[in-house]
Design a protein around this ligand. Structure first.
Ligand SMILES: NC(=O)c1ccc[n+]([C@@H]2O[C@H](COP(=O)([O-])OP(=O)(O)OC[C@H]3O[C@@H](n4cnc5c(N)ncnc54)[C@H](OP(=O)(O)O)[C@@H]3O)[C@@H](O)[C@H]2O)c1
Length: 307
């Protein structure tokens, strides 16, 4: 079995060793070495040249949950299945990150920080929990895991997706026709959508104005889903209380971007859920073994939907 590995450059040796250990029978070539027709390729934001020099025959594994970077590669073969990472150690990290953001908003930690700076000892009244809905924009592998981590806190939970869900304790909204009704419930909006043509700039001024006054936006999905100027305008006019942003249209976020120093923005450098080498390799190796046995695997990307 021939495998081509084009991993994130900074940890290439670690990826190679882990993959070779998980599949000792395979010959693993590390890009830019490239067998002409490997059985499998494992890639992360590959250059267009990769699929010209090496045409995988069995499957292409994307070393991340979001496949937007791979879908944008013009030479990506359209007759080979693309398989993405599912959780692979990311769900727990997302749950930590989003829970922190939700509780920080609910417990008004930023308001207390301001009071502390002013030397003010002033307990704030408890916010009625039934009024503090948390909305998940995107309710797939990660949205589901994060919502379940939040369930014990008792916030009303709402989830918007393309198809209707029946998840106990979580109100489901499906499709664009139910987007406004969903947004109106979200005091904290958590974006966990994939970046596709349908979700590009979905969170524009109109959508953000539909959120309740004082809402908080958490974007841990992709920067292109949010219209930056519209988000800044609504933070400035006070309709939105805050934003916690991990992903941006341009990464690294350019110096001088208004998010950097906005008093209502908390930002992190695309670090909410880092790809875990061992978990990812174990998942990919298990799927390769399933495919070799002629079995079906989960996580195959639907090219028409784009995720
Ligand atoms: N910041 C980071 O470090 C980081 C790390 C990992 C992932 N991510 C991002 O998180 C995203 C989600 O990952 P995941 O594994 O949870 O993906 P997933 O399992 O594919 O879930 C995607 C969800 O979005 C919904 N959706 C997609 N297009 C939609 C549309 N047009 N309208 C309404 N709902 C739509 C899907 O609806 P259905 O359920 O009906 O299909 C599904 O619920 C990834 O695509 C990636 O961009 C970011």
């Amino acid at each position: 079995m021939k495998i081509l590995l084009q991993s994130p450059r900074e940890r290439a040796l670690e990826w190679h060793a882990a993959l070779q250990a998980a599949l000792p029978e395979a010959t693993v070539a590390a890009w830019p070495d490239a067998p002409a027709s490997p059985d499998y390729a494992l890639v992360w934001k590959p250059p267009a040249e990769l699929f010209i020099r090496a045409r995988p025959t069995r499957a292409i594994f994307n070393l991340g949950a979001g496949v937007d970077g791979l879908m944008a590669v013009p030479t990506l073969p359209d007759d080979v299945p693309v398989i993405r990472l599912e959780d692979a150690g990311m769900a727990e990290q997302m749950a930590e990150y989003v829970t922190l953001a939700v509780l920080r908003a609910y417990r008004e930690i930023d308001a207390y920080a301001a009071q502390q700076r002013d030397g003010l000892w002033r307990p704030r009244p408890r916010i009625a929990k039934p009024s503090f809905g948390v909305g998940f924009l995107g309710f797939g592998v990660l949205g589901n895991a994060v919502a379940h981590a939040l369930l014990p806190f008792g916030f009303p939970l709402h989830a918007w997706s393309r198809t209707r869900k029946t998840t106990p304790g979580i109100v489901s909204y499906a499709g664009i026709a139910e987007l406004d009704e969903f947004l109106a419930k979200a005091r904290v909006l958590v974006c966990l959508l994939p970046a596709t043509p349908d979700t590009a700039s979905l969170l524009d001024r109109v959508a953000l104005e539909t959120l309740p006054a004082g809402a908080h936006v958490v974007n841990v999905a992709r920067g292109g889903i949010v219209v930056d100027e519209d988000l800044v305008a609504l933070l400035d006019n006070g309709h939105l209380a805050g934003a916690t942003l991990d992903v941006f249209r341009e990464e690294p976020l350019p110096p001088g971007h208004p998010f950097w120093h906005h008093p209502r923005v908390t930002l992190t450098p695309h670090a909410s859920a880092l790809t875990q080498v061992d978990d990812s390799v174990a998942q990919v190796a298990a799927k390769i073994r399933q495919l070799e046995r002629g079995e079906w695997v989960t996580g195959i990307v639907d090219r028409a939907r784009g995720y």
